[in-house]
Ligand binder design. Sequence first.
Ligand SMILES: Cc1cc2nc3c(=O)[nH]c(=O)nc-3n(C[C@H](O)[C@H](O)[C@H](O)COP(=O)(O)OP(=O)(O)OC[C@H]3O[C@@H](n4cnc5c(N)ncnc54)[C@H](O)[C@@H]3O)c2cc1C
Length: 323
Amino acid sequence: MYRTKRLETLLSEAEKFARIMDDRNEMREELVSLAEKLGLLKPEIKELPDFCETVRRIAGKNQAFALSLVANAMSHFSLQLSKTELDLGLSGFALTEPGSGSDIRKVSTRFENGKLWGVKTLITNAELAENFAVLAKSGDKYLLCFVERDEVLVRKLNVSAFRGCGIGVVKLRGARAEEVVEDGVKVASSVLNHSRPAFSSVALGIAERCLEIAVNYAKRRKVFGKTVFDLQKLKLAECYAEIEALRSVIEKASKNPDPKNSAVCKLLAARTVKHVADCSVQVLAGHGLVKGCYVERAYRDAKAFDVGEGTTEIMKLILSKYL
Ligand SMILES: Cc1cc2nc3c(=O)[nH]c(=O)nc-3n(C[C@H](O)[C@H](O)[C@H](O)COP(=O)(O)OP(=O)(O)OC[C@H]3O[C@@H](n4cnc5c(N)ncnc54)[C@H](O)[C@@H]3O)c2cc1C
């Protein structure tokens, strides 16, 4: 669906802006517009494998933009999973609060008389989102509420990973909610099962690009009369195997995004991208630590896969239930 000529344009524009987005910690509106024209801002759950493949390709050019698309997809998935009709633009999916992250049932945001009160933090797309899906409590019920950007206050965070995807704090001081979905925790958990393969595809795209850069560099660079490739090819071969394994588990999870498959791919995605980014920087050595190059950004971004969309510990907790 997304494999059109326009996607090629999006990929080259995404690559062009990657460095400046990282430098300035700022999303580019041109990229959001291009993604909208491609239908990438309204992904369908039934096309999850195709969406995963597309964000994988984008991540190889621009990691932060790929993450922005995955975060946006979460709100759209929540509508489809709850059979709710709503016209969303670029959106943020707001679960995390200053006082609650992994334990989403501990949210303290309240929904009372059609208004939301609370603070959400670390929200991807906060900078440019037109709307937010917000997990809140009303009495002892959990709800997913949709709010327009004009109703909230946003403060961007100066993050070290995924700079440019507009991660920020969203303050809800009496924000009017447009539409409310019951069973908020159930819907949010199901959204995460569907978004984890996509998030893992971002890791896959990053790992692939890092390996490509490292192999090319290693084959050209000579030390002590040999190429770095001759000296370090075994390490790079190991990365290759890890990437192929990750590709398989993502393929499985994107076709069947149940809690187990999604946790497996997210756990392995974090491990793989951290190791591959680390090896790639090591191969490029000093040159891999210069700001502005892809592997340097990737090295910073890789750690975020241990945290975002449920931490590595939470993935292990999910998987321990299947033992
Ligand atoms: C790049 C990025 C983008 C993000 N985008 C969004 C977004 O769009 N929307 C959103 O809502 N959030 C977003 N987040 C926030 C992310 O979802 C949370 O950081 C994450 O869920 C963890 O929550 P926390 O940071 O509050 O850590 P905590 O939940 O406080 O955890 C602290 C530590 O305790 C560990 N821990 C927690 N429970 C257990 C347990 N039972 N057993 C063992 N260890 C445990 C954790 O693994 C972690 O190591 C983003 C984060 C990142 C890094």
